[in-house]
Structure formats: structure tokens, C-alpha cells
Design a binder for this molecule. Structure first.
Ligand code: SF4
Ligand code: SF4
Ligand code: F3S
Length: 266
């Protein structure tokens, strides 16, 4: 409480803004407590009151004043094709803004699957060359917090850890915080006893579906997906995709969009 609040600059590239939508719904800690008491969210063109030149001036001022001491949070990614023309921020390609702000930050948080892996806009043939953040920022630590979007409490939990301990959280080989991405959905899924007993949903609305059997045969990607959905859950711990009757599509995994997670056209 006595420490000065750490400045956070939150940039938006090619994305859908639902990572922000998720973040503002964090219940533990409350997103408003994070924003008002823990960090100083000095730039976020989605949440801030300022706009246009005023907003860009704030970004410049904070970057100068807190050189080497701010955290860069990135939602979305830079598209590299056609000189970055598919994502223009303040009249410039997003890549330029990203590299400029990253140059003076102490660490980068890559929010969501867009920033971490590219996500659906990087789906084959990736016409805009949407590119994950770690591939264009190579001289700073990049903490990946994947998911489409990530769970709100995972997002605020990562920030809380960094502020409390003044260090990066322990990461796995892919750069994801182990405390939230150390286990597969399948490891803690409440339908797991049905998987172990060979009780599967065979078609939507069959007897097995009504009994809550395992969704593996309906395409559930829980056995290969590292995320906290089956433990932390969503909406303040209320539920998660599998609990609402659909398998996991592996939305936090690299290339999930090109790996048969979605239905074929019929
Ligand atoms: Fe939206 Fe998903 Fe990208 Fe987040 S990761 S900005 S939820 S498309
Ligand atoms: Fe595993 Fe999915 Fe079955 Fe759960 S529903 S036990 S995650 S395969
Ligand atoms: Fe995504 Fe699977 Fe969780 S689809 S929200 S990782 S259950």
C-alpha cells in the first residue's frame, strides 16, 4: 500500500477486445481495485477517458517519465503484411507503436491467444501475417497469458503476483505462468470419472449428454489444453465451457484455430 503504483501501458493491436471485457469482470481481486489501487493504468485506448492526440500524448509522457519501470500489456498482435496496414493506430502501423513502447518497458504481458499465438486472424493462410508478440519483441521477457479470452482472475492474478513479489511469475517452456497453465483442463475436469469409466456423450442430447458424461468423443480438447478453466472456472467460479455442455476447443493452445477445434461447414 505504501509503494508507488506501477505504471501499465496497455496496447491494442489486431484483436476483438474481449480480453479487456474479461479483465474488467475479475472478482478476486476486483478489477477496479487492480486499476485504482494496485497499478496505474496510464494508457489503454479502450478504457481511458482521453482519446486521439490527448491519449497519444499521455503514452509518450509516461514512456519518457518511467523509462525502464513500466509494464507493457499487449492485447492483440501486429500484422506484418503490407507494411502493417491492417492495423493502424494513431496514423501508424501498430508494429511501430508496439516496438517503441516495448523498448523502454521492464516486461511485456501478452494478453490472450491473439498476443500469445496469433489466434483466429492468423488462421491459414493468415493474409495479414498476424504475428505473436514474442516474435517481434525479442529483447524483453514476454509473459504469455493465453486464452480467448483468458480467465479474468488469471489476468489479475498474474498482475497481482508481479506487483506483490516484484518479479516475473515462474513460467513454463512456452512462457506461460505455471500457477495457471501448469495443468491440463482434463486433469481437474469434473467429468473425468466418466472418461475413466468409458462413459461418453456420443451425440448431442443423447442419454449420456443428459447424464453429464465425458465430451471427449464430441471433440473435447481438454486432454491437450493447459489452462485453469476446470479449477478457477469463469464468472467468479460459476462455470466453464465443459460444465455448460460443450467440449473445450483448446482456446489457450497454440494454433487451436487450425487444429480441428471448430466444426466443419455442412
Ligand atoms: Fe479477442 Fe480472443 Fe484475441 Fe482476446 S485472444 S482479443 S478474446 S480474439
Ligand atoms: Fe477430459 Fe473433456 Fe472428458 Fe473433461 S469432458 S474428462 S476435459 S475429455
Ligand atoms: Fe478455452 Fe477450453 Fe477453457 S475452450 S475457455 S480453454 S475450457
Amino acid at each position: 500500500e505504501t509503494k508507488p503504483r506501477t505504471p501499465v501501458l496497455w496496447l491494442h493491436g489486431l484483436e476483438c477486445t474481449c480480453c479487456t471485457e474479461s479483465f474488467i469482470r475479475s472478482a478476486h481481486p476486483l478489477a477496479q481495485d487492480v486499476v485504482l489501487s494496485m497499478i496505474s493504468l496510464d494508457y489503454d485506448d479502450t478504457l481511458m477517458a482521453a482519446a486521439g492526440h490527448q491519449a497519444e500524448a499521455i503514452l509518450e509522457e509516461i514512456r519518457e517519465r518511467y523509462r525502464g519501470n513500466y509494464i507493457l500489456a499487449v492485447e492483440g498482435n501486429p500484422p506484418l503484411a503490407q507494411d502493417g496496414m491492417s492495423c493502424i493506430i494513431a496514423g501508424r502501423p501498430f508494429l511501430e507503436q508496439l516496438q517503441e513502447v516495448a523498448a523502454d518497458c521492464k516486461a511485456v504481458i501478452a494478453w490472450g491467444s491473439c498476443a500469445s499465438w496469433g489466434c483466429v486472424q492468423a488462421a491459414r493462410p493468415n493474409p495479414t501475417r498476424a504475428t505473436p508478440v514474442h516474435e517481434v519483441i525479442r529483447d524483453k521477457p514476454v509473459i504469455k497469458v493465453p486464452g480467448c479470452p483468458p480467465i479474468a482472475e488469471v489476468m489479475t492474478g498474474v498482475i497481482t503476483y508481479m506487483l506483490t513479489f516484484d518479479r516475473l511469475p515462474p513460467l513454463d517452456r512456452q512462457g506461460r505462468p505455471l500457477m495457471f497453465y501448469g495443468q491440463r483442463i482434463h486433469d481437474k475436469c469434473y467429468r473425468r470419472p466418466h472418461f475413466d469409466a468409458g462413459q461418453f456423450v456420443e451425440s448431442w442430447d443423447d442419454e449420456g449428454a443428459r447424464k453429464g458424461y465425458c465430451l471427449y468423443k464430441m471433440g473435447c480438447k481438454g486432454p491437450t489444453t493447459y489452462n485453469a478453466c476446470s479449477t478457477v472456472r469463469w464468472n467468479d467460479g460459476v462455470s466453464f465451457p465443459i460444465q455448460s455442455g460443450h467440449g473445450c476447443i483448446g482456446c489457450s493452445e497454440r494454433d487451436f484455430w487450425d487444429k480441428d477445434s471448430f466444426y466443419d461447414h455442412v
